[in-house]
Design a protein around this ligand. Structure first.
Ligand code: UDX
Ligand code: ADP
Length: 479
């Protein structure tokens, strides 16, 4: 017998919950989907009639929201009511790395997940399938299950013992910037669980658009571990190729040629081999650190060290780029203007979590540089919070530029203003519009001798040849 789902509630309207529920609503008009969040501002923006004000930027998302919102997709803060009415509850809340206490710096902070499980235990009615969607350490499903079952036993309410729960793990593999495409055409959907009936209920939702052979069912721990392992493998490829970029620069090899040569081996493959400023995003570092914590917990120190080195290499690589910028600018950037192109952790997103730009900009500010920062989607307030300068009325001028005495940086949307009098341009995000810039026009604005540092390999040597510019590209040994 299949448990039929009609009402879905998703707790958490963020980068995972928002796009995932939008795609399910779009593909399954027969389902009613309620996305709830504690954050009133976020919900207000999801309901904004001006679609450019949606809280997250993701190509293709606003079209789906326009299509489904207030038809079968709703956003609200009515957490209790929507949980009560749901047959299936997705947990899509954030799980940042703990900053204090046991496992600080490595283990994920599960307080939001725990709070959600308690809310579900308190408000749900009848049989509820709880789906963990957030990126979580292995064995989190067990935590959720214990809270749901424990609360049932301890509750005094007359009917509570009739409430039943099934917990599934359904990790998210969407990649920001291509989330809608990834959700529409997933490589696979992974469902971990214990009871076939609940797994089938979730599988039947995906089967509205995903071929059955792409839906992989496993036990709950395999599903959780597979998610961490996928991200760890992808991140490991990036640290591997970034380590080779440093060797290229030292030896005269070219990372693009090395990548092409190794990527054409079908056993290796060509994806996720682009050397850049180091990986960012909310998942890679966190998931690897979870793996490190888990390995240490089970006494597997060698395994823990192996995975930790992937994160260490990433940190080293980011600081390596800041250092070489300083070194090329005659060993000092104090008082020099540097124009930063791109602050998001990758293109096509407004997300800056763990962006390489954060470390690199902080390093340059620390060295006394004056930064002008451009990003097509990231807002100046976000940059201010990331680089540690509190946003206050005092340091925001009417023209939206931000300046403080100790450190200084400006937000700009004007390429010529950013380049005017600058000693260097540093490309940190691979936005398409940066590929199309008129370098001869920009070059005329720079203070000579000037440098272009391209950490994303988005401009060719030809594009800047004969422009009286010094040009550095990641992994280019002939720099
Ligand atoms: C990742 C996983 O890809 C996704 O499956 C998971 O669900 C969440 O984590 P995301 O962090 O959104 O997705 O972006 P991703 O495309 O994986 O990029 C992560 C980082 O690696 C970015 O900073 C990106 O610029 C960098 N990267 C990616 C490289 O430096 N080189 C590459 O070849 C690919
Ligand atoms: P992710 O990338 O995992 O989606 P985000 O931080 O973008 O992470 O989104 C997580 C959302 O979950 C936030 O909007 C946050 O307000 C919300 N949230 C966290 N805890 C709860 C909770 N107990 N109830 C409802 N919403 C929550």
């Amino acid at each position: 017998m299949t448990f039929s789902i009609k009402n879905i509630c998703c707790i958490g309207a963020g980068y995972v919950g928002g796009p995932t529920m939008a795609v399910i609503a779009n593909k399954c008009p027969h389902l009613k989907i309620e996305v709830v969040d504690l954050n009133e501002e976020r919900i207000k923006n999801w309901n904004n009639s001006d679609l450019s004000k949606l809280p997250i930027y993701e190509p293709g998302l606003s079209e789906i929201i326009k299509n489904c919102r207030n038809k079968n997709l709703f956003f609200s803060n009515a957490i209790q009511e929507k949980i009560e009415n749901a047959d299936m509850v997705f947990i899509s809340v954030n799980t940042p790395t703990k900053t204090k206490g046991f496992g600080a710096g490595k283990a994920s902070d599960l307080k939001w997940v725990e709070a959600c499980a308690r809310q579900v235990a308190k408000y749900s009615r009848g049989h509820t399938i709880v789906v963990e969607k957030s990126t979580l350490p292995v064995r989190t499903a067990e935590v959720i299950k214990s809270i749901l079952l424990g609360s049932n036993q301890s509750s005094n309410e007359e009917n509570s013992s009739k409430n039943t729960f099934e917990v599934l793990s359904n990790p998210e593999f969407l990649s920001e910037g291509t989330a809608i495409k990834d959700l529409n055409e997933p490589d696979r959907v992974l469902i971990g669980g214990e009871k076939e009936e609940a797994m089938e209920a979730l599988s039947s939702i995906y089967q509205n658009w995903v071929p059955e052979e792409k839906i992989i069912k496993t036990n709950i721990w395999s599903s959780e571990l597979a998610k961490l392992t996928s991200n760890a493998f992808l991140a490991q490829r990036i640290s591997s190729i970034n380590s080779i970029s440093a060797i290229c620069e030292a030896t005269g090899a070219d990372i693009r040629e090395v990548t092409r040569a190794i990527g054409s081996d079908t056993r290796i493959g060509s994806k996720f081999l682009d050397s850049g400023p180091g990986f960012g995003g909310s998942c890679f570092k966190k998931d690897i650190l979870n793996l490190v914590y888990l390995s240490s917990y089970f006494g597997l120190e060698e395994v823990a060290n192996f995975w930790e080195s992937v994160v260490e290499l990433n940190n080293w690589h980011q600081h390596r780029i800041s250092k070489l910028i300083v070194q090329k600018l005659f060993g000092t950037v104090r008082g020099k203007k540097i124009f930063i192109l791109g602050f998001a952790f990758k293109s096509n997103t407004n997300d800056t979590r763990e962006s390489a730009a954060i470390n690199i900009c902080k390093d340059l500010l620390e060295e006394g540089a004056v930064l002008y920062i451009h990003d097509p989607k990231v807002k100046p307030d976000q940059i201010a919070s990331d680089i540690g300068i509190e946003k206050s009325k005092k340091n925001i001028k009417a023209d939206n530029k931000i300046y403080t005495k100790e450190r200084s940086w400006y937000y700009t949307q004007d390429f010529l203003e950013g380049a005017d009098g600058a000693d260097a341009i540093v490309i940190l995000t691979e936005w398409e519009e940066y590929r199309l810039l008129d370098w001869s026009k920009i070059s005329r604005k720079l203070r000579k001798p000037a440098w272009i540092f391209d950490s994303r390999s988005i401009i060719s040597k030809e594009a800047v040849r004969n422009l009286n510019l010094n040009f550095w590209r990641i992994g280019d040994g002939l720099n």
